[in-house]
Design a protein around this ligand. Structure first.
Ligand code: ADP
Ligand code: ASP
Ligand code: MG
Length: 463
């Protein structure tokens, strides 16, 4: 059995959905389970309809929902021409969008939008795309069953970023999906969404469909997890910033998760973990160029001479500078700082310390006000917003001399605010102003990857 996950970028319209269906058809002998994201852009639209309603802009929200409805109708009509069920699905679509509009009206009237309601809204994207794709498979004559992920993807109640409960998922996924597989049905399910033990809809966080595929693959013991997207694989940099980026043929789990965490959107950061535990290879493929061999993400890739393998960047970072109000840092100072962030459930990404000050970065600022209030009980606090983290990754970096020199040479015209190296041994992270990201990434890319290094793991990508 293999997992085949299709991202929204591979499901934007009927043409790309037909293409995805053909890719699955080729793999039928390996018993694929198909995990789908919402069609391109729809999760953003759904979330924005929710927030527009909260701001009292119900007309705009309704307009956006009508457009999204229209896109789904077009998708279905262009994908499925012969089946008698089309009318039924069109009715379902209509009902779903009526429900969404009612929800938005409720939000606008009450002036309240809870994370739970937002999950109810944003889960609709995957529920619709999976329903339509299932019809597409049936149109191709493939016996297909749509399994609602909420019947087995059990999570905690942390709406918007729910944590999967692996033991329960394993039990339920086996009893729900294995009989379907045994009866030779192609199983289609949704990524990104789950439900609490009580059956309330949750989501796994943005980009979470990759995670869903890895979770299902790991509990059912898949041989391989295929992530189908719109680029050739994991690249030496985000191709939207560096069009010349090359593809990495293979990369370690550790490197990939570091890259994902620091902004390489191609994979959700947690994707890696369930797969690592079971030693299941994850392969990133381009649905627009399926002949390309993709990037294999494996536990222990063959050693390569490449010190630096890829550059990631993450914008929207806030630097919190915390200065001890005493002259020197007393013991317990760091502990007090971290307990504030812990209490407010806010992850800290980078940390650097000096004799009297600590700088750290966060990207979730929902509790920033409370955090600063608590820190000011014992320290002076300064905030720097609109920063970005640049992350340079490679497993051999820490044993190769001269890398830092090359990094700083490439960034010589850019002010670097913070540096952190060593903790994971495979990356170096720097904080810069957000607006310098394109220039910095291009500069680093030129330094390390142009021309394409003559090493086995890199593959130039023809435009
Ligand atoms: P999907 O809809 O398939 O999940 P995403 O938009 O989530 O697609 O992820 C794919 C995008 O990730 C690419 O279009 C690319 O712009 C971006 N990306 C960022 N960094 C990298 C990288 N190092 N390698 C490949 N893609 C990257
Ligand atoms: N549709 C969800 C999102 O846009 C999940 C995903 O695409 O992985 O975040
Ligand atoms: Mg994604």
């Amino acid at each position: 059995m293999i997992m085949m996950k299709f991202g929204g970028t591979s499901l934007e319209d009927a043409r790309s959905m037909k293409n995805a269906i053909q890719l699955v058809k080729r793999e039928l002998p390996r018993t694929p389970i198909v995990v789908v994201s919402a069609i391109a852009g729809s999760t953003n639209t759904l979330l924005s309809a929710g927030t527009l309603s909260l701001d009292g802009k119900l007309d705009q929200a309704t307009q956006q929902l009508n457009d999204l409805h229209e896109r789904h109708v077009l998708l279905l009509e262009n994908l499925v021409e012969t089946r008698s069920t089309v009318q039924q699905i069109l009715m379902d679509l209509k009902r779903r969008f009526e429900e969404l509009k009612n929800l938005c009206t409720g939000i606008a009237i009450l002036g309240e939008l809870s994370p739970r309601s937002l999950d109810a809204i944003s889960s609709v994207g995957e529920r619709l795309s999976s329903m339509i794709m299932t019809e597409g498979f049936k149109e191709e004559g493939i016996g297909t069953e749509l399994a609602d992920a909420r019947s087995f993807m059990v999570t905690d109640e942390h709406y918007g970023n729910a944590m999967p409960l692996f033991d329960e998922i394993e039990e339920r996924a086996k009893s729900k999906l294995n009989p379907l597989i045994r009866s030779n049905k192609l199983v289609v399910t949704q990524g990104y969404i789950g439900a609490t033990r009580k059956g309330v809809t949750t989501t796994l966080g943005r980009g979470g469909s990759d995670y869903s595929a890895a979770i299902i693959g790991s509990v059912l013991g898949a041989q391989e997890i295929q992530i189908w997207t719109d680029v050739d694989g994991v690249m030496t940099a985000d191709p939207r910033i560096v069009p010349e980026a090359s593809k990495l043929k293979v990369i370690s789990f550790k490197e990939a998760s570091e890259l994902a965490y620091f902004g390489a959107k191609v994979l959700h950061p947690s994707t890696i973990l369930p797969a690592v535990r079971k030693n299941i290879p994850v392969i990133v493929y381009n649905s627009k160029r399926p002949e390309s061999s993709g990037t294999r993400i494996v536990d222990n890739p063959p050693k390569s001479n490449a010190a630096v393998k890829s550059i990631a960047s993450k914008r929207g970072i806030t630097v919190v500078n915390i200065q001890s109000t005493r002259m020197l840092m007393a013991y317990g100072f760091l502990e007090s700082i971290f307990s504030v962030f812990g209490r407010h459930k806010t992850p800290v990404d980078l940390v650097s310390t000096s004799e009297v000050a600590v700088s750290l970065t966060i990207d979730n600022i929902t509790r920033l006000e409370e955090i600063v209030h608590d820190l000011r009980e014992f320290a002076e606090v300064t905030l720097y917003e609109k920063k970005a983290i640049l992350c340079i990754v490679g497993e051999q970096m820490h044993t190769t001399a001269g890398i830092a020199d090359r990094i700083f040479h490439a960034l010589r015209d850019i002010n670097v605010m913070m540096i952190s190296q060593g903790a994971s041994e495979i990356n170096m992270s720097l904080v810069i102003d957000e607006h310098h990201v394109p220039e910095a990434v291009r500069g680093l890319h030129k330094e390390f990857f142009e021309p394409v290094p003559e090493l086995e793991i890199f593959e130039a990508v023809s435009p």
